[in-house]
Design a protein around this ligand. Structure first.
Ligand code: AGP
Length: 615
């Protein structure tokens, strides 16, 4: 999941392109490169490692010119070295290509081109694109690109320049995201919105099988057969400030603290307490369509999959509809039995996760599809029958936080909407559920006000090698999410587990060196929730009797729990289905503070990237 940026216009292209790459670095950060055209010559600088290494190289070997492109890499083919860093060139260094994705048939193409005399210098799949364009070049770059696309197999996006047909940047999307923008004699190409925001909020999201020719006088759009297409620009509500750290040390910490507002924005205008009803007008389903669904299947990856699992508990309990939850990467290769009148819900923050999009395409003829996403114009929105946006704003930190809690809020609204239509909840129950939702942002504020306490707890736990996160019911997906956050941020091995499963094996792991995090908050107005709580208290005693280190999350003032735990974190009371949104925030903070103490790279954890656009 690399980041691509291109610029053509009157400004010095080097700082513009480096600025763009900086905003895209969360997409991949193991090597980077830039190519600038000056007097019809290509100059290239590349370096392994973080973008700052390229900045240092440019400081000692500066570049200047008229236009260019750049790339920040997440290696898939070829080690993360300077040689394999993009952009890649043809035999004569007159064509450069920056690419995101995978060329599946690159080995066969490489063999054939080598037999035809082309000289390859890297281990990458990308280099074949530069040589193919060279092979097909007849003086017009976009024509050569269109011919090249016929040879390529895979899912990708790339941008290229040729000094023999200068003053244009050609950009192609075939499965992986790429956007273009143009303002007053300037043209931009980028992999993602934050990089474009400093220049324009009028953005053209390339569709699959589209080629854009970006020049000073505007953008021409072609299909992959070379026929002209009408560009449709979209206005993005985000502003550049939203994509900056805003005084926080890390994007992740800023995004954790943005959750009260993110939840407020996400639920705004989607229900009315006066009318005691949920209205999801921005979802293109009539109430009859909503009522027609007899089964629900939710598909997602990573943190979004944890939201899906919590959504299952919400919808089954509140709307009494059967819900299946699947990892999109598994679902694609499994021969599932799909029941009639199934609603497929997809959850994806970026809207570009390849496994999720592919599963979405796979089920298109098997039922209606609804996607819950955070990015306007992303591919998932173009493949779905309906879209429900989380309104979290740009999420830059690789570890998902505010997108997760706003996904849970969306699932809660869907569950209540279905409950209303299927009359599985009474009017007073709906009113209580909606009132609880309105109180959520303040309750999150209260938890954030107690962040220092979580930081203090992290001081005694950050050196540990293993963690267990245990919970029951709807809290189990939050145990999984807490474990994932700790893993991806602090590189500590952690597992989330249903607390009732401990005695069937994991109990063997418990000793005085194992912190066990218990999610034991409960809904004081629910007997079922209190019964579950009682069981968790027993599990805590079992772990304590084996000297495990207990970190318990529970209701404010729960002295029974605080006395039986080594560390206790309070969450404000609310109903069973909203407790997960409150419980996950201290777990986000715990992972954050442990990672900070371990000196980990918070916003760009090793070996990860923000949106996974390869299989
Ligand atoms: C979460 O912190 C990770 N970044 C990752 O698991 C992520 O949730 C997953 O890749 C799915 O991304 P999506 O929501 O953009 O589809």
């Amino acid at each position: 999941m690399c980041g691509i940026f291109g610029y053509i216009g009157p400004r010095d292209p080097v700082p513009v392109i480096m600025g763009g790459l900086k905003s895209l670095e969360y997409r991949g950060y193991d090597s980077a490169g830039i190519a600038i055209v000056h007097d019809q010559k290509l100059q290239v600088r590349r370096s392994s490692g973080k973008l700052k290494n390229l900045e240092e190289l440019l400081a000692s070997e500066p570049l200047s010119g008229e236009f260019g492109l750049g790339h920040t890499r997440w290696a898939t083919h070829g080690r993360p070295t300077e040689e394999n860093a993009h952009p890649h060139r043809d035999c004569h260094g007159r064509i450069v290509v920056a690419h995101n994705g995978i060329i599946e048939n690159y080995l066969a193409l490489k063999r054939k081109l080598s037999e035809e005399g082309h000289k390859f210098t890297t281990e990458t799949d990308t280099e074949v694109i530069a040589h193919l364009i060279e092979k097909h070049f007849d003086g017009n770059l976009e024509n050569a690109v269109v011919k090249t696309l016929a040879d390529l197999k895979g899912l990708y996006a790339f941008t290229c320049i040729c000094v023999d047909d200068p003053q244009k940047i050609v950009a192609v999307r075939e499965g992986n995201p790429l956007i273009v923008g143009a303002v007053d004699g300037e043209g931009f190409v980028a992999s993602d919105i934050p990089a474009m925001l400093p220049y324009t909020r009028s953005i053209l999201f390339l569709d699959d099988h589209e080629v854009a020719v970006v020049a000073r006088n505007g953008i021409r759009l072609l299909d992959t057969a070379g026929n002209s297409r009408q560009p449709h620009f979209q206005h993005i509500a985000w502003d550049p400030i939203m994509a900056e750290k805003g005084g926080y040390k890390h994007f992740m910490l800023k995004e954790i603290y943005e959750q009260p507002v993110a939840i407020e924005n996400t639920i705004l205008g989607r229900f009315s307490l006066d009318a005691n009803t949920v209205h999801l007008e921005d979802v293109a389903f009539t109430d009859d369509i909503w009522r027609s669904f007899k089964n629900i299947r939710i598909l997602a990856c990573g943190t979004s999959w944890h939201a899906a699992l919590a959504g299952k508990y919400m919808i089954e309990s509140l709307a009494r509809l059967p819900v299946e939850v699947d990892y999109a990467s598994e679902y694609r290769y499994r021969n599932p039995v799909v029941l009639p009148e199934t609603l497929f819900i997809f959850i994806t923050q970026s809207g570009e996760t390849l496994d999720t999009i592919a599963a979405q395409r796979q089920v298109r003829d098997q039922g209606k599809t609804l996607t819950i996403t955070n990015v306007v114009g992303s591919m998932t929105t173009r493949v779905a029958d309906a879209v429900l946006y989380t309104r979290a704003g740009p999420e830059i930190g690789v570890a998902s936080t505010k997108a997760f809690t706003t996904q849970l809020a969306c699932l809660y609204l869907i569950a209540l909407h279905l409950a209303e239509l299927h009359k599985t909840l009474t009017e007073p129950q709906i009113r209580k559920a909606l009132t609880d939702l309105t109180e959520l942002p303040n309750k999150i504020e209260r938890i954030l006000d107690r962040a220092k306490h979580v930081e203090d707890i992290s001081k005694s736990l950050f050196r540990q090698h293993d963690f267990l996160f245990l919970a029951r019911g709807i809290h189990f997906p939050i145990a999984l999410e807490g474990a994932l956050k700790l893993k991806e941020l602090s590189y500590i091995h952690a597992e989330g587990y249903p607390a009732g499963e401990m005695k069937h094996g994991p109990n063997a792991l418990i000793d005085e060196n194992l912190p066990v995090v218990f999610l034991a908050a409960y809904d004081r107005e629910s007997d079922a929730s209190h019964q579950r709580y009682e069981k968790v208290l027993n599990n805590i005693k079992e772990v304590k009797s084996r000297d495990g280190i207990i970190l318990a999350l529970g209701n404010e003032g729960d002295s029974d729990l605080s006395e039986s735990a080594d560390h206790f974190i309070e969450v404000s009371p609310t109903n069973e289905f909203l407790l997960p949104i409150l419980e996950v925030i201290p777990l986000q903070l715990l992972a954050y503070y442990c990672a900070v103490r371990r000196g980990c790279d918070i916003d760009q954890p090793r070996n990860l990237a923000k949106s996974v656009t390869v299989e």
